[in-house]
Design a protein around this ligand. Sequence first.
Ligand SMILES: N[C@@H](CCC(=O)N[C@@H](CS)C(=O)NCC(=O)O)C(=O)O
Length: 230
Amino acid sequence: MAGGGDDELKLLSTWFSPFGSRVKLALHLKGLSYEYVEEDLTNKTRLLLESNSVHKKVPVLLHRGKALCESMVIVDYIDEAFAGAGPPLLPSDLYERAIARFWLVEPWFRMLDGTRTRAEMTEGVKQMLAAVASLEVALGQCSKGKPFFGGDSVGYVDVALGGLLVWVRASEALLGVKFLDGDRTPLLAAWAERFASLDVAKAALPDFGRVIKHAKMRRGAAAGALAGNN
Ligand SMILES: N[C@@H](CCC(=O)N[C@@H](CS)C(=O)NCC(=O)O)C(=O)O
């Protein structure tokens, strides 16, 4: 594994963060070793507050002590800074690169566990179903019939969406709605199965059962806060 020494890498994240999962995926795909610091978002470390003083959010990647924030900015950086390690995530062709980035302008997958009213939930589900329909088109266009958005191997869009996969599955289970459906979005449904079975996904993504428990707890806390406001 690369990393360590001059390439010292430290990741500040929290176990359930889908954005942190993106960075973990990129680090694992490049075969980079890194120090992991688990953040408690209710009691953030001084290092996190200082490293991401604008948003104070995880993930933050420190490379030789310099802080990088925003998951996809970090993934981009890892791809370029460690170009020699592992397969490239972004295509070398400029046009193809632009297409991959285009698909990530929208924050496709909404986290629905924080929705408080039925109307909010119904609207969220509607938006998610529209989003996955667009992503089905994206997958056809990016993969050109190959297994991943990146073609034969996992690329930038795969990392961006793959990082959110366990949360999408958790939303499906909690809401009783199938977003990645074999009939409506056959390409995406097959992609999700393929992605989840990769060793990097197993290493970088959070445990489904633990995410479900965490989401239920957050939902309970949100409902409690709402009741307290009434
Ligand atoms: N757009 C950011 C989103 C990061 C984000 O929302 N992180 C959450 C955890 S999943 C966080 O740190 N929340 C703490 C807070 O909002 O105080 C990214 O892609 O990195």
